[in-house]
Ligand binder design. Structure first.
Ligand code: GRF
Length: 202
């Protein structure tokens, strides 16, 4: 069982999938708090609708990272709520070593491509523009790099030449919604061991 803190910036469909998996008894996890850098993000409403404490973290003056006072505040809230693992779910900022050191090997992310292909922003648009025939999603541990940490699991989806970026993203998100709960269940059961950059699943 893990006590999960979730960080997101957007609509929070992955958080919704985590709640659904918990309700379906496929995921032994408690979501203890949800944090967002965006006060208007629907992920905060989704948490509140379920009675999960939800917080806006003002990340100024930083534009693309969670650092400084904002990072300290996030760590304090996560600790106060008893979080022992962190899931990034559409969190649009780089997390810095302070958070990673506070939760060593316990911060995970979902990325909408088969890493190491298409790291960074709008990976679904990158895949369409590149002409990839297969893309997908990746759940991985977070390290100091951009989408570079050890891979926990991946799910592929086809890319069709008629796909718009939005259509491909929707197809990828369907897979995300099973991949993230599955990966978190492995973490929750203590079945993931990181050896170098390889994650061994027992
Ligand atoms: C997902 O596609 C995720 O892979 C990416 O951001 C998106 C978040 O979607 N990191 P949501 O907010 O969970 O709906």
């Amino acid at each position: 069982m893990i006590n999960l803190g979730v960080l997101g910036s957007g609509k929070g469909s992955n958080l919704g999938a985590i709640f659904d998996a918990i309700d379906a008894r496929k995921l032994d996890t408690r979501v203890v708090c949800v944090l967002s850098d965006n006060s208007g993000a629907f992920i905060l409403d989704r948490a509140r609708q379920r009675g999960v404490p939800a917080f806006h973290i003002d990340c100024a003056p930083f534009k693309t990272k969670l650092d400084g006072d904002a990072q300290a505040r996030a760590i304090a809230i996560l600790r106060e709520h008893g979080a022992d693992a962190i899931a990034l779910a559409g969190f649009m900022r780089m997390v810095k070593p302070g958070l990673l050191q506070a939760f060593p090997h316990r911060v995970v992310n979902i990325h909408p491509a088969l890493l190491p292909a298409f790291p960074g922003l709008e990976a679904w648009s990158q895949a369409v523009a590149y002409g990839a025939k297969v893309s997908g999603c990746t759940v991985h541990f977070v390290d100091a790099g951009m989408d570079t940490g050890p891979i926990i699991l991946q799910k592929p989806v086809p890319v069709f030449d008629t796909d718009t970026p939005q259509v491909l993203h929707a197809r990828i998100q369907e897979q995300e919604h099973s991949a993230y709960p599955e990966a978190l269940q492995l973490l929750s059961q203590g079945r993931l061991k990181i050896e170098g950059r390889v994650v061994k699943i027992s």
